[in-house]
Design a protein around this ligand. Structure first.
Ligand SMILES: Cc1ncc(COP(=O)(O)O)c(C=O)c1O
Length: 358
């Protein structure tokens, strides 16, 4: 490569493993011996279908998806799922229950209210601007809840659920910023969705893992393009899928599987997060960690300067060392290191050393 690759801490779209990018480059002009680019072949062509099915099989294998659940590839990002979940699952006399733990769960709640009845199950904003997730025992749903929606990792605030509630309704989870970062019991969830651009692959494809029974009971009086059932019936080849995004997803997942799958990813991710939290905690003279200890995220480490100017100075020094993406979300401020699967341990070490020696 002609330019030096930065140390990428972007919150999403985020760093992808270099070998997956190199494979994508090598395959770009001659896709599976067709002489064409994957960007040019039909989604009905056997060469594309092979990649599509490989990508699905990799999601199943890496997440240990049980037979009861289907894997779907959809377009439209996570925000589209905010609308599709209630559109498919809310029926007469039912409501969606929402655990409000940050910006994205607030957005999901709002979108659901355009479709039907959305009720707040639990809201932790008042406890200090989203510094924690609820204890599972705090979460309850009213009779008539079609599902309980939660955001497993709050990307902006750096908080993450480490245990999930048991309620009398299917769990629906936005796992956009932590799917495949750690082991997961998929069978506990009715529906999981994750836009791919953080831990899984590129922007453009959203992975949905859904209990087939939930799809069977979903509404049929909605447009076909909005129905999970349309995608399930045709293995997500109901209409033209985002073929290039799925191709890059396949390449990323194949690489992550080769690296040892989810156990290995979790071990690496835990070590990366521990390293950054420890470095920040070693400098109480300069930084604070707003998220409560039991709620801290493995994927997004959020920290703040104790006085004016500290954050800007750290960002300038980080930039000088080739690090990008460390500025906190515009609505939250502060600093944030996103440590997704594509973020290398050596980059994390460099960041930790910068913080410790600052
Ligand atoms: C947890 C979570 N949900 C939803 C979104 C929105 O995703 P999209 O831009 O794909 O709609 C994001 C984006 O950062 C996110 O982190």
């Amino acid at each position: 490569m002609s330019t030096k690759r930065p140390l990428i801490f972007n919150p999403g779209p985020a760093a992808l493993p270099l070998p997956a990018l190199e494979r994508t480059r090598d395959e770009l002009l001659d896709f599976e011996g067709t002489g064409m680019s994957v960007l040019e072949v039909s989604h009905r062509a056997p060469a594309y279908e092979k990649v599509h099915r490989e990508a699905m099989a990799l999601v199943r294998e890496l997440l240990a998806v049980p037979e009861s659940h289907a894997v779907l590839f959809m377009a439209g990002g996570a925000r589209t799922q905010f609308a599709l979940v209630p559109t498919n699952l809310l029926g007469e006399g039912t409501h969606g229950a929402y655990a409000v733990t940050g910006h994205w769960s607030k957005c999901a709640l709002k979108e659901a209210s355009f479709v039907g009845e959305a009720r707040v199950s639990v809201d932790v904003e008042a406890d200090g601007t989203f510094v924690r997730v609820p204890d599972p025992a705090e979460v309850a749903v009213d009779a008539g809840a079609a599902y309980l929606h939660l955001t497993s990792n709050n990307t902006l605030y750096g908080t993450q659920w480490h245990a999930y509630p048991e309620v009398d309704a299917p769990l629906v989870a936005d796992m956009t910023s932590d799917l495949l970062s750690r082991k997961l019991d998929v069978g506990r969830f009715g529906l999981i969705y994750a836009a791919a651009q953080k831990n899984l692959g590129p922007a453009g494809v959203t992975v949905v893992v859904v209990d087939r029974a939930l799809v069977e009971g979903a509404r049929t009086d909605i447009p076909a393009a909005f129905r999970y059932a349309s995608f399930l019936a045709k293995d997500s080849l109901w209409n033209t899928p985002p073929t290039f995004a799925i191709h890059v997803l396949r390449n990323t997942l194949a690489y992550l599987a080769d690296r040892g799958g989810v156990e290995a990813l979790e071990a690496t991710n835990r070590a990366k997060a521990a390293r950054v939290y420890a470095a920040v905690a070693s400098r109480p003279d300069l930084f604070t960690l707003p998220a409560e200890e039991g709620s801290r995220s493995l994927c997004n480490v959020v920290f703040r300067g104790v006085e004016d100017g500290v954050e800007a100075r750290l960002l300038a020094e980080a930039e000088a060392r080739g690090m990008v993406g460390l500025k906190g979300h515009r609505t939250v401020g502060g600093l944030r290191a996103s440590l997704y699967n594509g973020v290398e341990a050596a980059w994390v070490e460099a960041l930790a050393e910068l913080i410790e020696g600052f």
